[in-house]
Design a protein around this ligand. Structure first.
Ligand code: FE2
Length: 362
């Protein structure tokens, strides 16, 4: 089956600046939200500086978008908890700018690196958004579908804000009642989003289907096959992956390569083949921010992926082969070093934490 068939949309190629339909232009109601000159604080600020800065330079706009979506998500949480109205328009406007600025790939990489030691519903939502967008680009979704996917990724989990904090942060085994309160969150999301009116009914339906699986094993309704929308499947897969790679109160985080291996092996009947394939193509085995040990014993952090050879990314050396911290910036492109290869992914604990470096604009 072709991806376009699965998605029931006309695949389109994005060339240069994306065209935006008049309908979406009308949704751009807010002002110029990304032109503020404030930069997001460096991640790791206030922590001991090991003298190691990540050699990858991030465009300041990427940090601003990241900060912006964090704020939008925090605002959503506040509104949902206070039972106030929520509005999709400002989110659509931000998404439009992010897509039109061609920063999806960088935004995704940045999200994967940011808040590595922190997981809450807000940062998780941004992880899901970044992952969905890179998968959406891989599926060659047109601008309208990308906007729909992004909006649904930001809003699908709003029902979780109604689950009591004590359940979300509980370390012990959850009772049946607590599990059912969590598994009820897609219904809560649906209820909140359906309040946005008929125009956004698709959004409520998408949120309701995010935890449903192709074989009927999901929740809350045990739907199967084509009753679940492609957008729900994309978000569901992104949600599963990004939840696995972050620490949770009751478990350690999975290494990214372990999470990917799990998805390759264990999700066959759960998500459509086309979506799984594109996901595995776009979400690389060793994404930016992964700590790896080479066959030489050198340990480094991935700073750029290699689309042609997923297992040969570019790394910044942290420890040399003798186990000493490397203070000078040392970059290794494994694509140019045939004798070196990644022996294993390692836990970042115990190694100096890499800090972001802003890209200065000339
Ligand atoms: Fe969810």
């Amino acid at each position: 089956m072709r991806i376009a068939d699965i998605l029931d949309i006309k695949a389109s190629r994005r060339t240069g600046k994306a065209e935006i339909p008049a309908e979406e232009v009308a949704l751009r109601e807010v002002g110029d939200v990304v032109t503020g000159d404030r930069l997001a604080p460096e991640v790791g600020e206030g922590e001991p500086d090991h003298g190691l800065r990540l050699a990858r330079r991030w465009a300041p706009e990427v940090e601003r978008y990241y900060d912006l979506f964090l704020k939008r998500a925090e605002d959503l949480r506040e509104r949902v908890q206070a039972k106030r109205n929520i509005s999709p328009s400002p989110i659509l406007s931000d998404l439009y700018r992010l897509i039109n600025d061609d920063l999806i790939e960088e935004f995704y990489s940045y999200a994967m690196m940011a808040h590595q030691d922190k997981d809450d519903l807000v940062t998780h939502g941004i992880d899901v958004l970044g992952t969905c967008l890179v998968v959406g680009v891989g599926l060659k979704l047109d601008i309208k579908m990308l906007l729909k996917l992004g909006l649904a990724a930001v809003l699908e989990n709003v029902g979780m804000y109604r689950v009591p904090e004590r359940i979300l942060h509980k370390r012990e085994k959850l009772s049946e009642e607590e599990i059912s309160s969590i598994q009820d969150h897609p219904r809560e999301s649906y209820e909140i989003l359906v309040g946005l009116g008929e125009k956004y009914r698709w959004l409520a339906d998408t949120a309701l289907g995010v935890h449903e699986r192709m074989d009927g094993s999901g929740y809350p309704n045990g739907l199967s096959g084509e009753k679940i929308s492609p957008l729900s499947f994309i978000i569901g897969l992104a949600d599963m992956y990004t939840a696995m790679i972050r620490e949770r109160p009751h478990r350690k985080r999975f290494r990214k390569s372990e999470a990917i291996k799990y998805i390759v092996g264990e999700t066959k009947g759960l998500f459509p083949l086309g979506i799984r394939k594109v996901f595995l193509d776009r979400v690389s085995l060793f994404p930016v921010g992964t700590y790896v040990r080479l066959n030489s014993g050198t340990v480094g952090c991935v700073i750029a992926t290699n689309r042609k050879h997923a297992i040969r990314p570019t790394i910044q050396v942290i420890h040399n082969a003798a186990g000493q911290v490397v203070e000078e910036e040392e970059i290794l492109n494994l694509g140019d070093n045939p004798l070196l290869y990644i022996a294993e992914e390692v836990d970042q604990d115990g190694f100096p934490k890499m800090r972001f470096q802003k890209r200065t604009v000339a």
